[in-house]
Design a protein around this ligand. Structure first.
Ligand SMILES: Nc1ncnc2c1ncn2[C@@H]1O[C@H](COP(=O)(O)OP(=O)(O)O)[C@@H](O)[C@H]1O
Ligand SMILES: [Mg+2]
Length: 232
C-alpha cells in the first residue's frame, strides 16, 4: 500500500491579482517503508509539498491520499486524527515547548489518549532511551543543546507511533557531527519499517535516503530511483 499518493497536486497562494504557484501539478507515490529525501533550492516548494502530504495544508487542485485514503473533504476531526496518529513532524527549529520538561514535551502526543500516568511515563522513557537521552527526562528543554533538542523532537514524533515521519530541514540547526547522528537515527527508524520523508538542501544529508526527489519552481524535476544501476 502506498503511504502517500499525490495526483495532479497544485498549490496556488494568494488571490487572482497576486497569484503564486508554489506547486505545479505534482504526481508522486511514496510506498510504505521508503526513505525519501526532497532536495531543492529555497522557495522551490519543498515545505508546501511536505505540508500537503502531512495534512497540514490542502492543495488548490488535485488529490492527496494517505494510506490509501483521500484527504479531500475530510472533517476537521478526521484531519486531526491523521495528524495525531498517522503522520508526525520533525522541524528544523524543533517546535518544542521550551519552558516545559522533556517529559512534558514527549508526552504531548498522548494528550488525547486514554492512558494512565504510569503508562505515559513508561512510553516516554522507552522513546527517550531509544534516542539515548533518558537521563534528560526531567530537564527543561530550554537548558538543552541543539542536538539534544532535536532528539527530544524525534522522541516526540516517535511517541505518536505514526507510520509516516516528515522532517523539514531537521539538520538545519545542527553541526555536521550532530547532523550525521540524526540521520543515522532516521536510518535506524527506516530499517524498523517507518516511512521517512525528509527535506534538505544538503546533498550529504540527502545521501542517507534511498530515493531523492529534486524540486525546482514547484515541480519535481528528477526522481532518483531506489536502485542505482552500477556502471558496466
Ligand atoms: N503562505 C504563503 N503565502 C504566499 N506565498 C507562500 C506561502 N508559503 C510559501 N509561499 C511561497 O511559495 C514558495 C514555496 O515556498 P516553500 O514551500 O516554503 O519553499 P521551500 O520549502 O522549498 O523553501 C515560495 O516562493 C514562498 O515564498
Ligand atoms: Mg522550506
Amino acid at each position: 500500500m502506498p503511504a502517500i499518493e499525490l495526483t495532479n497536486v497544485s498549490k496556488v497562494y494568494g488571490n487572482h491579482k497576486n497569484k503564486f504557484t508554489a506547486l505545479n501539478n505534482i504526481n508522486l507515490t511514496v510506498e510504505l517503508g521508503e526513505f525519501v529525501a526532497i532536495v531543492g533550492p529555497s522557495g522551490s516548494g519543498k515545505t508546501t509539498l511536505l505540508n500537503i502530504m502531512g495534512c497540514m495544508d490542502s492543495p488548490t487542485r488535485g488529490e492527496c491520499k494517505i494510506m490509501d485514503r483521500s484527504t479531500t473533504g475530510l472533517k476537521d476531526s478526521q484531519l486531526i486524527h491523521i495528524r495525531n496518529r498517522v503522520v508526525s513532524f520533525i522541524f528544523q527549529h524543533y517546535a518544542l515547548l521550551n519552558n516545559y520538561s522533556v517529559y512534558d514535551n514527549v508526552t504531548l502526543p498522548f494528550a488525547e489518549r486514554k492512558m494512565s500516568k504510569h503508562e505515559k511515563k513508561e512510553k516516554a522513557k522507552q522513546y527517550l532511551s531509544k534516542l539515548g537521552i533518558e537521563d534528560l527526562f526531567h530537564k527543561k528543554v530550554k537548558n538543552l543543546s541543539g542536538g539534544q533538542k532535536q532528539r527530544v523532537a524525534i522522541a516526540r514524533a516517535l511517541a505518536s507511533e505514526a507510520e509516516i515521519i516528515f522532517a523539514d530541514e531537521p539538520t538545519g540547526a545542527l553541526d555536521s557531527t550532530n547532523a550525521d547522528k540524526l540521520m543515522e537515527i532516521l536510518c535506524n527508524l527506516n530499517n524498523e519499517g517507518k516511512t521517512i520523508i525528509v527535506i534538505t538542501h544538503d546533498s550529504h544529508v540527502a545521501s542517507y535516503a534511498n530515493r531523492k526527489l529534486f524540486m525546482k519552481d514547484g515541480s519535481i524535476t528528477f526522481d532518483e530511483p531506489l536502485i542505482v544501476q552500477k556502471e558496466a
